[in-house]
Design a protein around this ligand. Structure first.
Ligand code: ATP
Ligand code: MG
Length: 139
């Protein structure tokens, strides 16, 4: 039985570089990620690892190609539905932290839960537990 949770199909992604030349980062990448396994992507700095992960996580859109999560084409989703997909199904540890600087550590952990409809007190309790688990409850 297939246990593929993520599938990328012939992904192309390029960026416009300063001199108007096109920097082609991903050129026809296909990958299948199995559920319940740890998958490691290895490559030289600048090879496009973060670019690929941003596409798998629905944070950026490819120039062409598809990404399927649980057999659903995520770039066929509206922006709202894509945001819900990220909120419910994607946990992303960024290379840079991307915390919201106006908010405390606790509030940063609470915000995705509040967006997902958890009530304030439950989100607060759960976030305190999570911060405690990783030793950041005093921050
Ligand atoms: N938003 C962007 N605009 C322009 N160029 C970009 C952008 N994002 C990434 N790049 C370029 O695309 C290439 C791939 O970058 P990426 O961050 O995916 O590499 P990486 O494999 O994650 O590298 P590292 O190991 O250093 O984290 C690099 O040359 C980078 O400069
Ligand atoms: Mg990277």
């Amino acid at each position: 039985m297939s246990n593929i949770i993520f599938k990328a199909n012939n992904i192309f992604k390029s960026f416009q570089s300063a001199k108007k030349t096109k920097l082609e980062v991903l050129k026809g990448i296909s990958i299948e990620i199995e559920s319940g396994k740890i998958t490691i992507i290895v490559g030289a700095s600048g090879a496009g690892k973060s670019t690929l992960l941003h596409l798998l996580g629905g944070l950026d859109r490819p120039d062409s190609g598809e990404v399927y999560y649980d057999n659903k084409d995520i770039f066929g989703f509206s922006d709202d539905k894509l945001a819900k997909f990220r909120n419910k199904h994607v946990g992303f540890v960024f290379q840079f932290h991307h915390l919201l600087p106006e908010f405390t550590a606790l509030e940063n952990v609470m915000i995705p839960q509040l967006i997902n409809g958890t009530n304030f007190n439950n989100a607060k309790t759960r976030s305190e537990e999570l911060l405690h688990t990783v030793g950041l409850n005093e921050r």
